[in-house]
Design a binder for this molecule. Structure first.
Ligand code: SAH
Ligand code: SF4
Ligand code: F3S
Length: 433
């Protein structure tokens, strides 16, 4: 019996798909070599952060109707954030009656028993629980991102930014025990993983007794072996000099901070319920750059939040210039049912489109400028994959830049010194030294 998993959304979801694979493996399934073609169970792990994420999933689930008719016994399971959204499981069930199993974000550990239930019952099985009782799920994930390994440290979110659905679909914050995190990282390093990415919707919220995020990071960085550490996501309201100090003290922590600003205007930040000001954000970046001058800073930005004026949007543009971001994820605001911002006065689509275009042009110009400054320098890349189209290996440096190079030998999982010969957009090209 074979499985195929389709994943949407964030790193958290990627890791959760590795856990879904773990549960399926335990249930006797192996990964399908040809995707949907030879799978006996197809699982969609969905995202609902913006409307287009949902539309993608809807389209791809709909496309399976034919396959389901042709192949007797094929199981289709849909899980993740979209299923957890209020009323969505019912809508999915009605729109796609061929779905066999619907499971929410808290129901992943029960997937095996849901499959068994489906096989004995003739109708669709729906399991959407309110909250997960245990923090540890005991699942061994089937990791698919070597040489990187994702490690969850905190689940859920309590922040309730007014635009965001995550707190509703992921539940309240729950931190793992520090001992469990350290044991997992140690065993991953021993198993040969070269990059550990600590995950949480807001890593700064991590707490296990006296151990907050900075202390945890400090302990993780003290684990023996040649590996590097990334973490995401940090929240500007919780930024602490202690975190900068830990980053500065350990050279195995990547000099990269992903710090979502969302907007550069105080009225919008307050409507977003972000609980920091533009000035506080800029002060944080200034402190970070004073302590670690070459630290890369990336961010998330939302344009056309309800009631955003042209002048307020321009404050986001000027923030981009002042903060000098290495790169940014940029989004048009998307109303999410049940969130506070969805009830506010919306911005016309044409205005939103025009604003995102200007923002992308500005951020990308800065990214290109920064890439160009790499030419002639040597950087250390962790090789993560082979790009068959380009015929080149690729990997990132600690700042998060992607570097490409040719090699006769398979270099995946190796740290290589790359002399940069050319910068093209955000990608770097070089030769091994
Ligand atoms: N917990 C992280 C990531 C949240 S989701 C954080 O707090 O930063 C990733 C990004 O999606 C957010 O940072 C935000 O920029 C964007 N986002 C969230 N909800 C959105 C919405 N309704 N419309 C558009 N972008 C949204
Ligand atoms: Fe959403 Fe805000 Fe929580 Fe991030 S911190 S997941 S943006 S509510
Ligand atoms: Fe992630 Fe999307 Fe859920 S961004 S937490 S998969 S809504």
């Amino acid at each position: 019996m074979k499985y195929h998993i389709v994943t949407y959304g964030c790193q958290m979801n990627l890791h959760e798909s590795e856990k879904i694979a773990g549960v399926l493996k335990e249930a006797g399934y192996a990964e399908a070599a040809q995707g949907t073609e030879d799978a006996d169970i197809i699982v969609f792990n969905t995202c609902c952060i913006r409307e287009n994420a949902e539309n993608h999933a809807f389209g791809n689930i709909g496309a399976l109707k034919k396959l389901k008719r042709q192949k007797k016994g094929l199981l289709i399971a849909v899980g993740g954030c979209m299923v957890q959204e209020e009323g969505k499981a019912q809508i999915l069930k009605e729109k796609f009656p061929f779905i066999d199993i619907l499971f929410g974000t808290h129901d992943l550990p029960a997937l095996k028993s849901l499959i068994e239930r489906k096989q004995s019952e003739r109708r669709a099985v729906v399991s959407v629980s309110e909250a997960r009782s245990a923090v540890e799920d005991g699942i061994s994930p089937v990791r698919t991102s070597y040489p990187n390994a994702w490690v969850n440290i905190v689940y859920g979110c309590n922040n309730f930014c007014s635009y965001c659905i995550v707190p509703y679909v992921r539940g309240r914050e729950r931190s793992r025990r520090a001992d469990d995190v350290l044991a997992e990282v140690s065993s991953l390093v021993r198993a040969g993983y070269k990059e550990i990415t600590l995950l949480g919707q807001n890593v700064d919220s991590y707490r296990d007794g006296d151990v907050g995020f900075s202390e945890l990071l400090d302990q993780v960085a003290g684990i023996e072996g040649k590996f590097r550490i990334r973490f995401m996501t940090s929240h500007p309201k919780d930024f602490s000099p202690a975190l900068v100090d830990v980053m500065k003290r350990h050279n195995n922590i990547c000099k990269h901070l992903h710090l979502p600003a969302q907007s550069g205007n105080d009225r919008i930040l307050s409507l977003m319920n972000r609980r920091y000001t533009r000035q506080k954000y800029l002060d944080e970046i200034a402190l970070l750059k004073r302590e670690i001058p070459d630290c890369a800073v990336t961010t998330d930005l939302i344009v056309a939040f309800p009631t955003e004026t042209e002048a307020e949007f321009c404050d986001t543009l000027s923030l981009v210039k002042e903060a000098d971001f290495d790169s940014a994820f940029m989004f048009v605001y998307s109303p999410r049912k049940g969130t506070r911002a969805a009830e506010m006065e919306q911005i016309p689509e044409a205005v939103a489109k025009e604003r995102i275009g200007r923002l992308i042009a500005l951020v990308n110009a800065n990214t290109r400028k920064k890439s160009a400054a790499y030419v002639g320098k040597t950087v250390e890349i962790l090789c993560e994959d082979f790009d068959a189209k380009k015929g080149m290996y690729l990997g990132r440096d600690e700042y998060g830049r992607m570097g490409y190079f040719k090699s006769e030998k398979n270099r995946v999982g190796e740290f290589v010194s790359l002399r940069i010969r050319e910068a093209n957009g955000i990608s770097l090209y070089g030769e091994i030294e």
